[in-house]
Write a protein that binds this ligand. Structure first.
Ligand code: 13P
Ligand code: SF4
Length: 310
């Protein structure tokens, strides 16, 4: 079946099911183009919470669809491919975090969890952050408690420096952002000397030190639009290039992949395809389901984040 036919079928099924399609900026271009809303984790969490339809089809990774279930429990949430995981989520199993907190009870940690984590980890956290609001949220953390930041050591280190507050960092990372090397960025800088380097805070420190600007995927759009530069080297997952090219016309966006290597692709994000999206709307499956007691515990720190980031 051609993409045009698939898209038509998806639109038809979407109406029939009274569904909304939410997509993360790292999704394939054709999925972004037919989604009702495209955004970063923070914007998607808000959209999911407000959704009034019967079905939310979440084109992203599992923790994002799970977040939609936590915030809007009366809707059915579908994820086109249930194997769409996240290496950051995997780097912090809830049982390991629970054991760490138990072993360090006397520290009375204030637990800040990056939204890229499982529902079990969210349920153990005091507050959730995204890459778009981590500074703002951590500035409101109680001054008399030490902070434990999970699971991303890179976002944690960057935020700690920005807010000038020491934090204990969980040793987790995103395998896509950790593939980027300082040498490769230097090479690209030499090739495009007029370009600005814009990177995601999930990148390692040697990259962050080379960047002209560090921000979440969503904030890259206004930054590049307002910058005087005409070319940008974008150090994050490739999906955002499509959005940048669409929303900031007339400027050039260069990704970190090269001929022999699509190293800037998140294999998990790219598991969702038009075909799987059509199938999940047709079959109303795979569905993401969560346990109510855990949901209630995870909702608290998520709602705290949403209230603080208004
Ligand atoms: P954003 O918070 O910018 O949406 O990023 C999510 C993510 O998975 C980054 O790798
Ligand atoms: Fe997770 Fe990294 Fe993929 Fe983002 S890019 S979803 S952090 S594995």
């Amino acid at each position: 079946m051609s993409n045009t036919d698939l898209i038509q079928e998806i639109q038809r099924l979407k109406e029939e099911r009274n569904a909304v399609i939410l997509a993360h900026s790292y999704q394939r271009a054709e999925i972004q183009d037919l989604a009702d809303f495209v955004g970063d984790s923070l914007a998607l969490a808000r959209k999911a919470q407000e959704a009034e339809c019967d079905v939310i089809v979440f084109c992203g990774v599992h923790f994002m669809a799970e977040t939609a279930c936590i915030l809007n429990p009366t809707r059915k949430v579908l994820l086109p491919d249930l194997n769409a995981a996240c290496s950051l989520e995997q780097s912090c199993p809830a049982e390991e975090l629970a054991a760490f907190l138990e072993a360090n009870k006397e520290k009375n940690y204030y637990v800040v969890a990056y939204i890229n984590c499982s529902i079990g980890v969210k349920a153990l956290a005091d507050v959730i952050v995204t890459s778009g609001n981590s500074q703002r949220i951590i500035e409101t953390a109680p001054a008399d408690r030490p902070i434990l930041f999970v699971p991303d050591r890179n976002l944690g280190a960057w935020t700690a420096r920005k807010v000038g507050r020491e934090m204990t960092l969980w040793n987790g990372a995103c395998h896509v952002h950790e593939r980027f090397t300082r040498d490769r960025v230097l090479e690209m800088r030499a090739q495009y000397p007029d370009a600005e380097v814009v990177c995601h805070p999930e990148c390692q420190e040697p990259i962050r030190l080379l960047a002209d600007h560090i921000c979440s995927t969503e904030k890259m759009i206004p930054y590049c639009r307002d910058s005087k530069a005409a070319r940008f080297i974008i150090v994050t997952e490739s999906g955002i290039l499509h959005r940048l090219r669409k929303l900031v016309p007339g400027k050039e966006f260069i990704g970190m992949g090269f001929e022999q290597c699509s190293c800037n692709e998140c294999e998990y994000m790219k598991l969702n395809t038009l075909e799987k999206l059509r199938n999940c709307l047709r079959d109303m499956s795979p569905e993401v389901r969560i346990e109510e007691e855990l949901r209630r515990r995870a909702e608290k720190p998520l709602q705290r984040m949403l209230d603080l980031s208004l």
